[in-house]
Every structure is written in structure tokens, then in C-alpha cells.
Design a protein around this ligand. Structure first.
Ligand code: ARG
Length: 463
């Protein structure tokens, strides 16, 4: 009989599974990536069974050695995955029995694939969250370094994508940094709920063996065993939460990507990305396209899709386990892979950004970005704000007609708009003066940017 004809659950069946149904219901093609966590879960389960006297020491040792051998086989590409054995769990268990005979058959005592798979995904996701957090903090360090390097690089700040007020480029980088601080917090928070152990829930109702679930949880590094077996096998909230956190990370990367795309365009020409992060066009020889940011921006769509897929997957499910749940894996894995790739690309790319300081400064000078500073100057000289607003509006209109900036007007010309204006007005009309004056917590003055960088580096060190 072929492997597919000898199902681990075949006892009550009198005909073999339809060939198409076998492929249709199998998950091994994608869940084999859980092999390491499946093995870790099985080792802990076997050790717990030994502790409560269900397995002998010898059986437990045989099982652990057999599982170690299987792990090596998988890692060396020698493991023969079979669709007929449906999923990663039964592939590994069948191989264990092939290796050990009866001892292998005892591993599944007091366990179901339902609590097994729920445990495996949590173990897997916990590892992935840790490595995503590491990648996220690499990107954050890169942003802090860039913010420090470019604290004195001045650019126009925008609202409505219209020049608004001059800002420090470093300040802009710190805004990106803050988005990622929240992202890291969300992942860390989600990890707490991932780190609860379903193992021991068995199929849905628990088991008649006196399992020591605290012990298995300790062996696997879980915070605690779950409190309810029905919830244990059926809860996928943690995967949804992770995808939601992932969707926000991608949203942030996508917004950053959009700015990088704009800034590298000939129209802005604010920054340069090194050639190794760009590609050319097969027809237009002059092109250097910002493919990496564009692709990350595009990939945010699939992560949003994965989140919706999981929410929809869960919404109509009665307790407890349903086969629907097998559909949780691909969206989850795709989210992990997309995040890993996108964060890596950004973490590699950010430190390599070259700024075109002259162009940014010139852009900041256009669009009357110091108009608010002139209004504030008039207020300091005793003009009520609304009048000051009106006066500056008039001055801007005159400059528009002349085709010059506010700072290009002579003192006499400026005094034509308001008598209180004196020579010191030019201190606030310059881009440097404007930026330097916003010198309070959260403001754009280079001094504040440098202080923030220092503070954030300290906070970073503490975690
Ligand atoms: N491959 C299944 C999944 O991914 C494992 C659990 C199967 N359990 C069952 N009762 N059919 O969810």
C-alpha cells in the first residue's frame, strides 16, 4: 500500500481518499515550514508524558533522538514529504514511527493535531516576532543616525503637499522613527498573547491523562498554558493581531516609500538613492527608478489583504476547531515574509540616502515658507495676530507679483506693509532663523533634533 493509502487516522474508513480530495485538503506544501516548532512541541510533550509516567525514560529518549534525526533530515533536504500524509504533523509522526516502531506511536498520547497546530503556530510566530523586532530596531537605528547626520539639513515641510514651513530633514527622519516606535510596541504587545500555550487542550475538551501543562509550558518558554481547551484550539486572535500590527508597519513603510519616490524625482531632487537600490528601464536609457520603495509601497496591499482574509476566516466559525483554520497559515506566513523583506530593504537603504542640501534649501525658500515667522515677528512687536496675518498676506501677494521671496524685499518695501518692521526682521525671514526658532520639545530646531536623537538612543539601550 502507498503511503497515502495508510492514513494515521484510517481505522474507521473503508475506502481510500479521493486523489483530488487528498491534495485539496493537504497543507504540507506550506505548513512544512513549521517543522522545527512542531518538533520542539513534540519533544516537550514527550518529556511531559515521561514526567507523568505515561512514557518510560527509554521511550522518551528514543522519541527525542528520533525527532532530532528527523530535524536533521529536513534541514539536509533528505526528508520525503508526502501529500498523502496531509500535513507537517502527520509527516513527522509517520516518519518517527517508521524509525522507532511502537515508541513512535505513543507520542500522540493525550494530544490532538488541533492543539498541536495551534501550539506550533504560536511557537513559530513568537520567533518571527523576535526577529522582526530586531530588523525593526536596525531600521530605527539607521533613522537616528541619519537624523543626527542631517540635523542641519533644511527642507520645506509640507501640508497638502504645498510648501508650509521650513524644517530640518533630521526632524522628518525622527517623525518616521516615532511611527516605528509605536510599531515595535504593538509587536511586543501582540507577543504577550502569542505566548500562551494551547498544548494539552487536545482535540477540544482536554484529555483523560493527568497532563502537567505547566511543565510543558515551561519547557517551551510559554508564559502560561491557556485556561480553556475550546478556546485553546480555536483561537486565532493572535494571528489577526499580528497581521493588524503588520498592516500598520507596512502602512508606515509605504508612506515613507511614497516620500522617497517623490524626493528622488527630478521635480523634487531632494535625495539620491544609491544605484544598488534602483533599477533602470529597458527602453529609456536615462532612467533610474526607485523600485525598492515602490515595491514596498505596493506590498502593503497584500498585508492589508491578509488581515482581511484572517478576519473573514474566523468570523463565522463555531467552537471549536474547524478545518477552516488550516487557511490561517498562508496569510500569516505571507505577512511574515513581506514584513521581513520590506524591513530589511528599508534598514539597508536608509543609511545610504544622500541628501541634496542645496536643492532642499532652495525649495524651502520658494513658497513663502517663512510667512508664519514674519507674522509671529509682528505679533512680538505688538501687532494682534489676525492683523499680522493680514499684513503678511499682503506682502506675500506683492512678492508673488514681483516673483521674489519675502527675504528679497528691502527694509523700506517691508515697512510699507507695517511700520513696526525693523532691520532685525531678516533674522526671522531666513530659513535657518525660522527653523532654529522652533526650539522646544518636539520642534524642528536642529538643537532639538540632536537632543531627541540622544534621548532615543538612551531609551533604545534600555530595551
Ligand atoms: N493541517 C491542519 C491545520 O492546519 C492541522 C490540524 C488538523 N486537525 C484536524 N482535526 N483535521 O489546521
Amino acid at each position: 500500500m502507498s503511503k497515502s493509502g495508510s492514513k494515521l487516522w484510517g481505522g474507521r474508513f473503508s475506502e481510500t481518499t479521493d486523489a483530488f480530495v487528498e491534495t485539496f485538503t493537504a497543507s504540507v506544501e506550506f505548513d512544512q515550514r513549521l517543522y522545527r516548532h512542531d518538533i520542539a512541541g513534540s519533544v516537550a510533550h514527550a518529556q511531559m508524558l515521561k514526567k507523568i509516567g505515561v512514557l518510560t525514560t527509554d521511550e522518551c529518549d528514543q522519541i527525542c533522538n528520533g525527532l532530532a534525526q528527523i530535524q536533521t533530515e529536513v534541514e539536509q533536504g533528505k526528508f520525503d514529504w508526502s501529500v498523502g500524509l496531509e500535513d507537517v504533523h502527520m509527516n513527522i509522526e509517520a516518519r518517527l514511527t517508521e524509525l522507532l516502531g511502537d515508541a513512535g506511536k505513543k507520542l500522540h498520547t493525550g494530544r490532538s493535531r488541533n492543539d498541536q497546530v495551534a501550539t506550533d503556530i504560536r511557537l513559530y510566530l513568537r520567533d518571527e516576532i523576535d526577529s522582526l523586532l530586531a530588523e525593526l530596531s536596525r531600521l530605527q537605528s539607521g533613522l537616528l543616525d541619519l537624523a543626527e547626520r542631517e540635523a542641519n539639513t533644511l527642507m520645506p515641510g509640507f501640508t497638502h503637499l504645498q510648501v508650509a514651513q521650513p524644517i530640518s530633514f533630521g526632524h522628518h527622519m525622527l517623525a518616521w522613527f516615532e511611527m516605528l516606535v509605536r510599531d515595535a510596541e504593538r509587536l511586543e504587545d501582540c507577543r504577550k498573547r502569542v505566548n500562551v500555550m494551547p498544548l494539552g487542550s487536545a482535540a477540544l475538551a482536554g484529555t483523560s491523562y493527568p497532563l502537567d501543562r505547566e511543565y510543558s509550558a515551561e519547557l517551551l518558554g510559554f508564559e502560561r498554558p491557556c485556561n480553556n481547551s475550546l478556546d485553546g484550539v480555536s483561537d486565532r486572535d493572535f494571528a489577526i493581531e499580528f497581521c493588524a500590527a503588520g498592516a500598520l508597519i507596512m502602512t508606515h513603510l509605504s508612506r515613507m516609500a511614497e516620500e522617497l519616490v517623490l524626493w528622488t524625482s527630478a521635480q523634487f531632487n531632494f535625495i539620491e538613492l544609491p544605484d544598488r537600490f534602483c533599477t533602470g528601464s529597458s527602453i529609456m536609457p536615462q532612467k533610474k527608478n526607485p523600485d525598492v520603495p515602490e515595491l514596498v509601497r505596493g506590498k502593503s496591499g497584500r498585508v492589508n489583504g491578509n488581515l482581511i482574509a484572517l478576519l473573514t476566516l474566523m468570523k463565522g466559525q463555531p467552537l471549536a476547531y474547524n478545518k477552516d483554520n488550516q487557511e490561517d497559515k498562508e496569510p500569516l506566513f505571507d505577512t511574515v515574509d513581506t514584513l521581513r523583506g520590506s524591513l530589511r530593504a528599508f534598514a539597508d537603504m536608509i543609511p545610504a540616502i544622500q541628501t541634496r542640501k542645496e536643492n532642499m534649501l532652495n525649495a524651502a525658500k520658494q513658497g513663502f515658507s517663512t510667512a508664519t515667522d514674519l507674522a509671529d515677528y509682528l505679533v512680538r512687536k505688538g501687532t494682534p495676530f489676525r492683523d499680522a496675518h493680514e499684513v503678511v498676506g499682503k506682502a506675500v501677494q506683492a512678492c508673488s507679483q514681483k516673483g521674489c521671496d519675502l527675504a528679497d524685499l528691502s527694509l523700506t518695501e517691508l515697512q510699507h506693509f507695517s511700520k513696526v518692521i525693523t532691520e532685525d526682521v531678516y533674522d526671522v525671514l531666513t530659513i535657518e532663523g525660522s527653523v532654529a526658532s522652533r526650539n522646544h520639545l518636539g520642534g524642528t530646531a536642529p538643537q532639538q533634533v540632536l537632543e531627541q536623537v540622544k534621548k532615543q538612543r538612551q531609551l533604545f539601550k534600555r530595551v
